[in-house]
Design a protein around this ligand. Structure first.
Ligand code: TRP
Ligand code: ZN
Ligand code: CA
Length: 438
């Protein structure tokens, strides 16, 4: 029996709250399917990456057989990549610089969103040497980074970090484009780069699987991916600092990357490990035969998927556990003082099979004396689960998530929160009722 004097919550408050909810259009039941917590990277389609290589080959063929700095084939390559990114929703910037008396171009593509103070960057040089079309060096990295950027757009990925992609000019003249990019980047902007991932030659025809030995987190992310495939890796040693990651590393940005080998010869131990022959990893390195025939599809495929894995993993930030499928009724229901039971209903749909053994029942009851209240969960078939039976004495409101073993109940149907006030004087109302299916 309750003998306390009513406090704080009045019927007027309850009515006001109800009116506010009605105005806001928030009454009634809502259901929402929530996204998965840590999104896995999508598979990068090899066919798409190869199509980009075919297009880069066509550009070289139409422009005197190369895509070198200062030649028409280079600018055509920039225009080609830029058009794809613009169509996919990227914010692109072409940055001009001068080297050897010719204009060079970097292409920067920002994916809108993410934390501007934590930028994850991936890039590759887009120029070839003048002696050939540069399909492995470095159409391969350029095409794989492009397709990964397009996969970000296709999946609508919204990572915690901001994503930025770069295609560098005049790498073959001494990392000129990437050095220019970091030199013009204000110190404060450099500090926001949480990592730079470099991809230069990732489809060598006689491939090795090399991971740069730089930032440990980036390195481990790549190694884990290949370990998952059962593909052994080695640390890259064929000329550290010979690609654009060096420009970033020199200003203190954590770097990493992948490489399948250039002119160095594959050892017999490496042939044991990876197959192929004890010849150069890329016998067409920097020559006219670096065409679309100069690509190992398996290496290109694995490395493309590894790029996506690293970008998804390293940009995710902290992950939250999946919130499950939520059904909620936020309409207020007044509970008559010392009167009949009232209910709030949620209609569960689209859940297969039975309810879980850990059904989360969110109860929000505003009341001036919870010891008056008998609160039950009523399953669709009428089964009753007691949540609170006049417990809690003179404490007020019941705002609590109860865990109910409802595994013998079919999930779909009308679930009710039933509340009865069994003693006079104190009053209140059901403010919310929520079921969460894991
Ligand atoms: N474009 C690079 C170059 O011509 C290729 C290369 C050689 C490379 N060794 C490397 C790329 C090591 C990355 C890592 O020098
Ligand atoms: Zn290269
Ligand atoms: Ca009462």
């Amino acid at each position: 029996m309750n003998i306390s004097v009513p406090r704080r919550v009045t019927k007027a408050t309850a009515v006001a709250a109800l009116a506010a909810l009605a105005l806001a259009g928030l009454t009634g039941t809502t259901a929402s399917a929530n996204p998965a917590a840590a999104a896995a990277a999508p598979d990068i389609p090899l066919a798409n990456v190869k199509q980009h290589l075919t297009d880069l080959q066509s550009i070289a063929t139409a422009n005197g057989g190369n895509r070198a700095h200062g030649r028409t084939g280079y600018k055509a390559s920039i225009d080609f990549v830029k058009a794809k990114l613009d169509a996919a929703g990227y914010t692109t910037t072409v940055q001009q610089f001068t080297s050897g008396g010719s204009t060079g171009y970097n292409l920067i593509a920002d994916w809108p969103g993410g934390d501007p103070n934590q930028v994850l960057m991936a890039g590759s040089h887009l120029d070839s040497v003048s002696s050939g079309p540069g399909i492995n060096d470095n159409g391969s990295g350029s095409a794989a980074v492009l397709e990964t950027a397009l996969a970000v757009a296709r999946s609508g990925y919204q990572p915690t970090k901001h994503l930025r992609f770069g295609w560098w000019g005049a790498e073959e003249l001494g990392l000129v484009g990437s050095k220019y990019y970091v030199a013009q980047l204000p110190t404060a902007e450099r500090a926001k780069l949480s990592g730079y991932l470099n991809f230069d030659m990732i489809g060598s025809p006689n491939p090795g699987y090399f991971v740069y030995d730089d930032d440990p987190t980036i390195e481990t992310t790549f190694k884990n991916y290949f370990a998952g495939l059962g593909v052994p890796t080695e640390i890259e040693t064929e000329g550290d600092g010979r690609s654009d990651h060096a420009s970033f590393k020199n200003v203190g940005v954590p770097v990493g990357g992948l490489f399948t080998g250039a002119s160095r010869v594959k050892s017999s131990a490496q042939v044991q490990k990876w197959g192929g022959t004890a010849t150069a990893f890329d016998r067409c390195y920097h020559s006219s035969c670096d065409t679309t025939s100069n690509i190992n599809d398996t290496a290109l495929d694995r490395n493309s998927d590894a790029i996506a894995h690293a970008i998804w993993t390293l940009s995710a930030g902290t992950t939250t556990p999946p919130p499950g499928k939520v059904f909620e009724n936020t309409a207020d229901v007044s509970v008559p003082d010392n009167g009949a039971a009232v209910t709030s209903t949620v209609n569960v749909t689209g859940v297969t099979g039975n309810a879980p053994s850990n059904l989360a029942v969110g109860v929000d009851i505003v009341h001036t004396y919870r010891g008056d209240l008998v609160v039950d969960l009523v399953a669709p078939d009428g089964s009753v689960y007691s949540l609170s039976n006049r417990s809690g004495g003179s404490a007020d409101n019941i705002v609590q998530t109860f865990t109910v073993n409802a595994s013998s109940e079919v999930a779909n149907g009308a679930w009710k929160l039933r509340v009865q006030d069994k003693a006079s004087v104190d009053t209140g109302y059901i403010s919310g009722f929520k079921l969460t299916f894991p």
